[in-house]
Design a protein around this ligand. Structure first.
Ligand SMILES: Cc1cc2nc3c(=O)[nH]c(=O)nc-3n(C[C@H](O)[C@H](O)[C@H](O)COP(=O)(O)O)c2cc1C
Length: 344
């Protein structure tokens, strides 16, 4: 039996990939994830704001204009440039990436996170030079300006992708949010503009509200299995319709979640929350659960069942999705019918 899969043209020993997360912030963390049994590792993200702030500092130092330096920095959000006594974030990132790529025998993917065009994009080349097997470009952009037309948002994603693709020769995957009026067309456009893979989906940062302090509460919570449903829906709609690889990220807790993504058509299945919850060795549990299921079902390779439950190629996708919705609602009405008779 083979669990091998291809992602971004890279051959992986199995389809479970560590998505960008905090465990990757140290070399020991990266090694423990690799030892845990994943097929590849995505590093945590280096942020556009960090690179821009460092570039502004560099320009100011070279020009030796203290006043303009302070002014230049004021253009950028207050992401710390560096903790006292440490290297700039970008140098530390590159050094860790280089060490990670040399220390583990699986592909290490660099992660660049930003949402505007600019000089920071050229940093992608430095990640390539540091030994990244591929790049994941996280375009985290929330159109907070409520007047921005959807076409502008879509074009921004394409421009950033093309900028990064122009800077490197290694494969580039785009991690993005589901919130487009026609997500399928956005995915197809990214595919046409050279994305080697799509990572579905970014989790949208939604702060909670503390009703006592009357403050917003910023937090990133670990996902639950339910959050795998949206990415799976889109992976199953895109399977066989685009050239780019498909990665599912969100809601993986057990090997069943991995299997569901593969049945939908994913090339790889990523996880952060489960590695944080159970430790890096959980990857081996996910992989062995997948293996046992394949044995039970008589499958000898992932290609035997990948995309088995994807939206069939010969159907109208919109009608198919609507049909699923109507069927689900009809079933739910039957399930909860007794509530309406009890209340009458
Ligand atoms: C604590 C934490 C840190 C994260 N850091 C990053 C990051 O640096 N870059 C990124 O693209 N995604 C980051 N993510 C998102 C994950 O890579 C992943 O896409 C998301 O958590 C959904 O997957 P999960 O359900 O397996 O957690 C982070 C998630 C968590 C929980």
């Amino acid at each position: 039996m083979s669990l091998e899969t291809k992602y971004l043209g890279l051959k992986l020993r199995n389809p479970v990939v560590a998505s960008a997360g905090p465990l990757q912030q140290t070399l020991d963390g990266v090694k423990s994830i690799a030892d845990g049994g994943v097929g590849a590792i995505v590093m945590y993200s280096l942020m556009e704001e960090q690179i821009r702030a460092e570039q502004a500092r560099q320009i100011a130092v070279e020009a030796n204009h203290d006043d303009s330096f302070a002014e230049a920095l004021s253009y950028f959000p207050s992401v710390p440039i560096r903790a006292p006594g440490t290297d700039p974030a970008s140098s530390a990132y590159l050094r860790l990436l280089e060490q990670a790529a040399k220390s583990v025998d699986i592909p290490v993917i660099g992660s660049l996170n930003g949402a505007t065009m600019g000089g920071w994009i050229s940093f992608a080349k430095r990640m390539q030079d540091a030994g990244a097997s591929a790049l994941e470009l996280n375009v985290y952009y929330v159109p907070g300006n409520v007047r921005i037309p959807s076409e502008e948002v879509e074009n921004l994603h394409l421009e950033v992708l093309v900028g990064v693709k122009d800077a490197v020769s290694i494969p580039v995957a785009v991690k993005l949010a589901p919130y487009f009026s026609s997500f399928g067309e956005m995915a197809a456009q990214l595919d046409r503009h050279g994305a080697d893979g799509l990572v579905l989906f970014n989790r949208f940062f939604q702060p909670d509200v503390d009703v006592e302090s009357l403050q917003l509460e910023p937090n990133v919570e670990l996902s639950t299995q339910f959050s795998g449903r949206l990415p799976r829906t889109w992976i199953s709609a895109l399977y066989g319709r685009i050239r780019a690889s498909l990665a599912g990220t969100s809601g993986v807790d057990t090997s069943e979640d991995v299997i569901k993504y593969l049945l939908a058509g994913a090339d790889v299945v990523m996880t952060t929350s489960s590695l944080l919850r159970y430790g890096p060795s959980h990857a081996a549990t996910l992989v062995s659960g997948l293996e046992q299921w394949m044995l039970r079902k008589g499958f000898s390779s992932l290609d035997d069942f990948r995309g088995l439950l994807a939206v069939p190629n010969d159907v109208d996708g919109a009608a198919y999705e609507r049909q699923g919705y109507v069927a689900a609602l009809t079933k739910a009405r039957g399930t909860y019918e007794e509530y309406s008779s009890a209340s009458s």
